[in-house]
Design a binder for this molecule. Structure first.
Ligand SMILES: Cc1cc2nc3c(=O)[nH]c(=O)nc-3n(C[C@H](O)[C@H](O)[C@H](O)COP(=O)(O)OP(=O)(O)OC[C@H]3O[C@@H](n4cnc5c(N)ncnc54)[C@H](O)[C@@H]3O)c2cc1C
Length: 191
């Protein structure tokens, strides 16, 4: 994308523009996952002038990021359970509520407005590796599928960030097939 277009505040690039950019450009950072973590990382990277791409398999914020209890400081809930016997009604009343999915989408749009290449309904199928300047094998991109058209292509990036929440292990194992599952989301008695 040219600089004029990059920082213009309207209109946003079309999905077609985004896909063309994802397929043809070489990115500094590719973020996998468009939840709270992925969109935050993508906006941060874009605002530091890193050439940034972000892909989300479904809708932005469709994962755990849209299922939270809408509290800005939800950790209180866990503290209450673990340590104190707090009156939750009182505690909740003193914290702000917010619409996390809406905030998530606003962050994704800000990333796009600042020149990031962002698309949802793009699923990462596999990670690509190549040798860096020291001969070390590093992840250097990913194969993605457009879930609307089923078209597949590769995205090239110097750095790939796995921000897929509960799917973190699935993506991690794409990069290291010999490794074992490490992330267990349920307590042992559920397994
Ligand atoms: C019931 C519940 C209540 C909670 N309450 C609170 C609270 O009150 N306050 C608080 O601060 N936190 C709360 N949390 C925690 C908070 O919601 C999560 O920590 C946060 O949303 C995690 O965001 P994330 O971006 O890491 O993961 P997610 O939001 O899960 O995002 C990961 C994304 O990766 C995408 N993805 C997966 N695989 C691929 C692939 N192959 N290609 C492309 N994309 C892929 C998924 O579709 C998903 O959108 C709560 C969580 C839950 C479940």
């Amino acid at each position: 994308m040219d600089t004029d277009k990059k920082y213009a505040w309207s209109p946003l690039p079309t999905r077609e523009d985004m896909l063309k950019s994802l397929e043809t450009e070489h990115f500094d950072v590719l973020v996998i996952g468009g939840g709270a973590t992925g969109t935050g990382v993508a906006l941060d990277a874009t605002s530091r002038a890193l050439k940034t791409a972000m892909v989300e398999k479904y809708d932005f914020s469709c994962g755990t990021s849209s299922r939270s209890t809408k509290l800005i400081h939800g950790v209180v809930r866990y503290l209450q359970k673990a340590v104190f016997n707090l009156d939750l009604e009182q505690v909740y009343g003193s914290f702000w509520q917010h619409d996390d999915a809406r905030m998530n989408i606003a962050i994704a749009i800000s990333t796009a407005r600042m020149g990031g290449s962002v698309a949802n309904y793009m699923e990462v199928l596999e990670l690509h590796k190549s040798k860096d300047e020291n001969g070390k094998e590093v992840v250097s991109g990913a194969r993605v599928k457009d879930r609307i058209t089923d078209r597949e292509f590769n995205i090239k990036a110097k750095c790939v960030i796995n921000a897929t929440g509960p799917y973190t292990d699935h993506i991690r194992l794409m990069g290291n097939k010999e490794d074992k599952k490490k992330l267990y989301l349920l307590p042992d008695y559920y397994r």
